[in-house]
Design a binder for this molecule. Sequence first.
Ligand code: KIV
Length: 253
Amino acid sequence: MKREHVRIVSVTAYDFSFARLLDKAGVDLLLVGDSLGMVIQGHSTTLPVTLEHMIYHTTAVVRGASRAMVVCDLPFGVCHGGGVAVMDVAARVLKETGCQAVKLEGGVHMQETIRFLCEHQVPVLGHVGLTPQSIHTFGGFKVQGRGADAERVMADACAVAEAGAFAVVLEGIPAALAQRITERLTIPTIGIGAGRQCDGQVLVMHDLLGLYDAVVPRFVKRYLPENTVHQAVGRFVDEVRTGLFPGDEHSFS
Ligand code: KIV
């Protein structure tokens, strides 16, 4: 797709029904992100998410996807053991969920781990820039790669690509840097808060639909008219209270 200048579309998914809906809508890559810790579980970071949670949600998403590629995010705390240990985790993910690839956060320091996984037939999606699992090191959800820090993010992206990742997520970095990385790498870049020059874009589904308002990053665009879901639920509440629902057409005789 990168070679043919076709932009890659990715959205996060966490369950069967939405995976099916997104798959039918033409989304190319369903990412079961550890963002589920925030938008599904209600935590303020992604750190509490476990491997079991990821496997549970990815299994459901795989059942809903007939065309899109499904990628499972490796959660915080399972990637520090080096190649063999992470390979055990990735093998378990691929065997138990049926997904096609794993995503892991980190650049230069994860290069050898990514290389090991790729050499052992595990497709890896990289993720550099504002990597949410490093939130405490960054001191919050802060844009990365500004000024002199740009070369660090560039080195991370190059390390991921050199190790064999099939694509890399660029999160929360200046658009000009994302463009330079996209031009430098032969693998596709998938941006989130990284401007329009990436080879593809990913958004968290709940952000795209305006269902999550605890943190709304500047890069989010809502595609559902404001309050649509809230209005639908409000109507249900009203119709039950006033006896309008269920009508005869929703009842058995
Ligand atoms: O966890 C996630 O959903 C992600 C995307 C935002 C890239 O990592």
